[in-house]
Design a protein around this ligand. Structure first.
Ligand code: THJ
Length: 283
C-alpha cells in the first residue's frame, strides 16, 4: 500500500505510521569509527540496510558506484523484507548533505527499478533526534518478501544520453564542488581534471540544509535552477564523480521540484573519463 505520495516525510509522519504493516523503514547508516550506529539505537522496527555494506551500488571494472543488476537488487530488497506492496522509508544520519546523499541514491535505486512507494525521512536521524523520536536497540530480522524489479531506463543516463545532452537543450548538472568542476582537483576514480562539456555547476550542498536539518524547498530549488540559467531546459542529467552526490541534485530537481526528464548519470566522471577520447573541459 502506498502510504503517501510525498518524497519526503517528517518525523511526526513517521512516528504516526510506525507499526503500519505496509511500512518498511530502511536504516542505511553504515558503521563508523564511532561504532555500529544501528545497534546503538534505531527507529523501532527499522531494518539495517547499510549504504556501503549492503551492495546498493556496484563496481564494474574500474568504475565504482554503478546501479546493480536487476537480480542483485531483487535479492537485496526482498531479503530486507520489502515487497512490491511495501512503502519504504529510507533513513540516513542526516547530519550533512553528503551523508544525506545515501538516502537520495537509494531512493533513486527504488524508482529506477519501478518502485514508487518510497519516501525519505527528511533530515534523517538528526531530525528524528530533534523531534525526540523513540529509539530501540532490538535488532530486527526481516522476513524475506518478494520484490520484482521493473527497470525504468528513462531515469538513468548512460554515455549515449550524455552525448545527446551535450548537443541539445538538456542540461548537464555537475553537483560537485567548484574546485572539481573547474579542474583544480579530482578524486582518484576520475582520470581527468574538469567536467563534461556544456555542464553547469550546482553544488550538492545547496539542496540540503544540515542546520535545520531539512531538504531544500521547491522554491529554493526553483531559484537554484533559475540562478544557474536553466529554468527553461528540456531536462537534466545530474552527475558527480560516482553518482552519489548527484543523486541529491536528481532528487531535488525531479522529486521535490517535479521537473520532467531528470536523469542520474550513475557512472558520472568515473565512467566518462574511463575512455580518454571523451571530452573534458575546465570552463
Ligand atoms: O563522491 S561523489 O561521487 O558523490 S562526487
Amino acid at each position: 500500500e502506498r502510504l503517501t505520495d510525498q518524497p519526503l516525510v517528517d518525523a511526526a509522519w513517521l512516528a504516526q505510521h510506525l507499526g503500519n504493516e505496509s511500512l518498511v523503514v530502511l536504516d542505511i547508516r553504515d558503521a563508523t569509527d564511532a561504532g555500529d550506529l544501528y545497534a546503538a539505537g534505531h527507529v523501532p522496527g527499522a531494518v539495517a540496510a547499510p549504504y556501503a555494506a549492503s551492495g546498493w551500488r556496484a563496481k564494474v571494472g574500474n568504475v565504482p558506484g554503478l546501479l546493480p543488476t536487476e537480480e542483485a537488487i531483487e535479492t537485496l530488497v526482498s531479503g530486507l523484507g520489502v515487497s512490491n506492496d511495501s512503502h519504504v522509508v529510507i533513513l540516513t544520519g542526516g547530519a550533512n548533505a553528503s551523508d544525506f546523499g545515501g538516502a537520495t541514491r537509494v531512493y533513486w535505486t527504488f524508482k529506477v527499478y519501478g518502485h514508487d512507494n518510497v519516501s525519505i525521512l527528511d533530515g534523517g536521524y538528526a531530525a528524528w533526534a530533534k523531534a525526540n523520536g523513540e529509539l530501540s536497540t532490538d535488532a530486527v530480522t526481516p522476513v524475506a518478501a518478494t520484490f520484482d524489479a521493473e527497470f525504468r531506463p528513462e531515469l538513468r543516463a548512460e554515455v549515449a544520453e550524455v552525448n545527446e545532452a551535450i548537443a541539445s537543450d538538456v542540461n548537464l548538472v555537475d553537483a560537485r564542488s567548484v574546485a572539481q568542476f573547474i579542474g583544480q582537483e579530482k578524486t582518484n576514480t576520475v582520470q581527468a581534471l574538469g567536467h563534461i562539456p556544456s555542464a553547469i555547476n550546482i553544488n550538492f550542498d545547496k539542496f540540503y540544509d544540515a542546520d535545520k536539518p531539512a531538504f531544500a524547498s521547491a522554491d529554493i530549488i526553483a531559484k537554484l535552477a533559475k540562478d544557474a540559467g536553466v529554468a527553461d531546459s528540456d531536462g537534466f542529467i545530474a552527475f558527480c564523480n560516482t553518482g552519489h552526490l548527484a543523486s541529491i541534485a536528481w532528487f531535488g530537481l525531479s522529486e521535490v521540484e517535479g521537473l520532467p526528464n531528470v536523469r542520474l548519470y550513475d557512472g558520472s566522471m568515473s565512467d566518462w573519463t574511463s575512455d580518454p577520447s571523451r571530452p573534458v573541459v575546465t570552463n
